[in-house]
Design a protein around this ligand. Sequence first.
Ligand SMILES: Nc1ccc(C(=O)N[C@@H](CCC(=O)O)C(=O)O)cc1
Length: 478
Amino acid sequence: MERKDEIEALVEENSAVFEDVSDQIWGFAEMCYQEKQSAELQKKVLRELGFTVNDQIKGMETAFIASYGEGHPIIAILGEYDALAGLNQEADCTEHKPMEPGKPGHGCGHNLLGAGSMCAVNAVKKYMEAHNVKGTIRYYGCPAEEGGSAKTFMVRDGYFKDCDIELSWHPAQFNYGWDGEDCLGTYNILFKFKGISAHAAACPQLGRSALDACELMNVGVNYLREHVIPEARIHYAYLNAGGTAPNVVPAEAMLSYVIRAPKMGAMYEIADRVIKCAQGAAMMTETEMSYKVVSGTSNLMSTKAVLDRFNANLDKYLPIPYTPEELEYAQKFKDTLDKSDEKRLLHCIELTYPEKSSAEIRAMYEEPMANWYCPEVGNTASTDAGDASWVVPGCQLHVACYPAGLPFHSWQMVAMGKSSLAKKGMKTAAKVLAMTALDFMTDPALLEQAKKDYLAKLDGETYRCPLPDDLQPGDKSF
Ligand SMILES: Nc1ccc(C(=O)N[C@@H](CCC(=O)O)C(=O)O)cc1
């Protein structure tokens, strides 16, 4: 049997357990570093399948590394399983309908993400056993992708040091290996202002408002936005607005800023300018300002040889065999979307299929699911898998689990997370990941090429970890 068919069979025959893991994690919906049940379930399943589990990962109770085999090549497949705040939603429901309002939900498909990667390492293990393949396959159980940058800590603390290749995937709206060009590095800084409280009517002249300082900082940053590269993003939230009483001058207030840019150098420069806005605001209001970096991720450095293998293997498993019912289901969710994104999506298809007429492009766009290869451009996102890609040759795969245009971090994405359609995407991802892992495990020349491509991509740059040396995972105390 061809390897492609053998992997297909291994994924399909063993998929029930991973579909169940995905559904259970969807239900747990645990956030940033609190993924206790999600991690326990995955460790239990992987141990039962014959993997050795190391869960003594520095500072992270919900991280672990499961491995099978020994020696090089060591291939890492990364998994995530954290949920997002406030996105709770009833499964399969085409209207926004929280089951428990305010509770978290899997709005970025991480229930499928971790389970799909587990499904891939299991298929690789079974293939290695059957064909006596030498090497090591690992599953990296990575918590807190959403704002916790767990992988960045794992890179900083040396957990990727001996890997030869790292592979990841993300549930998506299109099918493609990600070249990482529109991936942005992130830097999360907390700003604290200390003022002096006073009676706001009796002695306002004695008060110094920390809230005013925050507002002036935000105004300063609003002006700054015009003078940074257009790809940059600067977003913020109030963590403490200084209280709820207008008649008390707020003595303390706090902001959380996330600065993003496609190149790390540009990101650090913009961060320095944001800090200047904070200093200026403190000077204007005679308050004291301090700041702390609490998380950070690097842009994705896709290795060409890995990207090419992802796309070649994706081609082997597309189109995904959806049933008419699944396509009808997808269309119902597609109908809930804002049409204003249409131009960008049509443009993505045009770029990939320049030989097609505009009527053909439109017809492809109108399909309920994008069941073909097409890189999505302009959907800028960040990921802590970026840090892994700076230290090990690797890449991130995208497989459609949702219709084109369905936004990440939306109630629709939560609603579709348990569907058979999304699970077909998960299984397709597992097949492509497993095939790609085996390509690198069994072909030394290809592995060598990946190392060359990785160095070429770095082009002499070295990795600078965006996290302070002494920062602990999940520590947002300030
Ligand atoms: N292939 C993808 C990878 C990451 C994301 C994503 O939404 N990431 C979050 C998390 C960012 C972080 O790492 O802190 C974001 O951009 O806000 C989306 C698609």
